[in-house]
Design a protein around this ligand. Structure first.
Ligand code: ADP
Ligand code: 5GP
Length: 203
C-alpha cells in the first residue's frame, strides 16, 4: 500500500509571509501540493480563479457548506474561506504532502478531525515588521490593514495549539526550516511503526 502523505497546516498573522514561503517551497517540491481554497473575498490584482483561490459568491459558498464540501471553513475579516475536502483527501491518499495555508479557526477544525496533521505557525521578526509587510504588499486599504493587524494580534493567542514556530526572517531560511520540519515529521516513530511491525518484528 502506498504511504499516505502528510497534511501540513500553515497559519500565522496576515502579512507574516505564509503565501510567500509556501509558493517558494513549492518551486522545489513536486512531491507536495498546495491546496487551493475557496473564498468569498474579491480577487486581488493578478489573482486567478482556480490557481490562487476559487472565488465564490456567498450563495455558492453556503451551498458547498451544506453539501459538506469543506474540510474546514471560517470567516476571516468578513469573508468566508474554506478548504475543499475531496481534493485534499485524495492527494493525501495518493502520497502527496498537502499544505493548507489557513487561519487559526480553520486550523482548529482540522486538528479535531485530523489530529495527525502537522501544525506550523509563521511569525514575522516583529510586529513593526508585520505592519510594514502588510503595507508594503499594497493589496489592502488602510481600513482593511487595521482590521488585519488587530486580528493578527489575537491570532498569537493560538500559538500553543501548533507544533512548530516558523520565524520568517528571510524567505530562504524560512523555506529551509519548513523543509526540516517536514523531513523530521516523516521520521516520527508513530508514523513509521506499522512498517516496522510489518518488516522487522517477528510474531
Ligand atoms: P501572508 O500570506 O502571510 O499574508 P505574504 O506572503 O503575502 O503574507 O507576505 C506579505 C508581504 O511581505 C509581501 O509583500 C511579501 O513579499 C513580503 N514578505 C514575505 N516574506 C518576507 C521576508 N522574509 N522579508 C521581507 N518581506 C517579506
Ligand atoms: P487572504 O485574504 O490574505 O488571502 O487570506 C486571509 C486569511 O485567510 C489568511 O490567514 C489565510 O491563511 C486564510 N485562509 C486562506 N484560505 C483559507 C481556508 O481555506 N480556510 C481558512 N480557515 N482560512 C484560509
Amino acid at each position: 500500500m502506498k504511504e499516505k502523505g502528510l497534511l501540513i497546516v500553515v497559519s500565522g498573522p496576515s502579512g507574516a509571509g505564509k503565501g510567500t514561503i509556501c509558493q517558494e517551497f513549492m518551486k522545489s517540491h513536486p512531491d507536495c501540493a498546495l491546496s487551493v481554497s475557496a473564498t468569498t473575498r474579491a480577487p486581488r490584482e493578478g489573482e486567478v480563479h482556480g490557481v490562487n483561490y476559487f472565488f465564490l459568491s456567498h450563495d455558492e459558498f453556503k451551498k458547498k457548506i451544506d453539501e459538506d464540501g469543506f474540510l474546514e471553513h471560517a470567516i476571516f475579516c468578513e469573508n468566508y474561506y474554506g478548504t475543499p475536502k475531496d481534493e485534499v483527501l485524495r492527494m493525501i491518499e495518493s502520497g502527496k504532502n498537502v499544505i493548507l495555508e489557513i487561519e487559526v479557526q480553520g486550523a482548529l477544525q482540522v486538528r479535531s478531525h485530523y489530529p495527525e496533521a502537522v501544525f506550523v505557525f509563521v511569525i514575522p521578526p516583529s510586529l513593526e515588521e508585520l505592519e510594514e509587510r502588510l503595507r508594503g504588499r499594497g493589496t489592502e486599504s488602510d481600513e482593511v490593514i487595521a482590521k488585519r493587524l488587530e486580528r493578527a494580534k489575537a491570532e498569537f493567542n493560538y500559538v500553543p495549539k501548533y507544533n512548530y514556530i516558523l520565524v520568517n526572517d528571510t524567505v530562504n531560511d524560512a523555506v529551509k526550516r519548513l523543509e526540516a520540519i517536514i523531513t523530521a515529521e516523516k521520521c516520527v516513530m508513530t508514523r513509521n511503526y506499522k512498517s516496522i511491525e510489518e518488516n522487522f518484528i517477528e510474531r
